[in-house]
Design a protein around this ligand. Sequence first.
Ligand SMILES: [Zn+2]
Ligand SMILES: [Zn+2]
Length: 380
Amino acid sequence: MRYLFLFLVFSFFSAGFTQTMKIGLFTNFELKKIKINKAVGNYHVMADSVYLGLVCVNDIMEVMFISSGNMSINFKGKKYISIKKVTISPLFEEQSIQFTGISPTFTARQYEGDFEINAMKSALCVINLVDMETYLEGVIESECGVSQKYEYYKAQAIVSRTYAEKNNRKHISEGYQLCDKVHCQVYHHKRTSNTSIDSAVCHTRGQVLLLLNGDFAPTFFSANCGGQTCSPEQVWDEKIEGLNAFQDTFCIYTKQAKWTKSVPISDWISFVVDKYNFPIDDSLSLQLLYNFSQGERQAFYLHPGYGIPLRDLRERFKLKSTFFSAKKEGEFMVLKGRGFGHGVGLCQEGAMKMAKNGYTFDQIIEYYFPDFLISKVTCK
Ligand SMILES: [Zn+2]
Ligand SMILES: [Zn+2]
């Protein structure tokens, strides 16, 4: 394994080495009202420049969206109005506090770190200011669950840390760096007490994947590649250095290796005709439409000449992947697919299987990212 240790003076690398992340929470909701309670430890609450007091374990606070730049707060029996910004800060590290959606409703989530709440154009925006390693613990638990092998967690920690560093301006126009959805990396809660995840993050502290020129590597990952990883060109129309399609033999018998789905023929036809002017009156084209298979991953349905990207079909019919075959059966198009996710980069179920088979974290990374260097950055 090309294993590069870079011992750099922190000030030299500080432009790229992030200590505290700003993560947008609940970003898949149009959040109008949220409840904050069950603090483990005490939290200071500020409304604009006014100190409201401490929120403790039995206190409940509610924040409501009124209009852009305007919120109201219920806190310890008092109502505060015309608030622009709420900040919630723990007295000590490793405290956590719970957020529950009231409008819309969503299940409670527990997070560590500091918080800012702002009223954006049409909804609340909750931002978590959290140190990188705590964020990674939450990401790994959300992305991979708590029952994986230690070597897999280490590989995922390096991949996720690199992803966070490389994309740390992805949502900067919205006031935070990364969102909490699969769009960036899933971050749905503070870790439970999983010593394996904590230890994997701790033991890989500062380790990232770099390109030969020293830039952070593009460490994409998805749940299951279906036995062949996907080139970035097929997903995003863009060639990305170091990411090429290859056969993955580790994921083909795993949980999400295969899927099937039936789509009404009328819906299938409407989509290709309305959006791509598919020549439905041409009998040869019609026969092609009803029989499609891909032994190797393709970018287009049937033939590039028809101009129907598989990724558009995936989005329209909410398919697990673009790696599928389609055949007419009665009044349905029956799709038989492989994998789950975009398929670029590290295949999580393949990597989990490698760890179960005894491979180490650096061997897993070498398999999925042979052109990238594991590099350790330490602060002096
Ligand atoms: Zn995002
Ligand atoms: Zn795979």
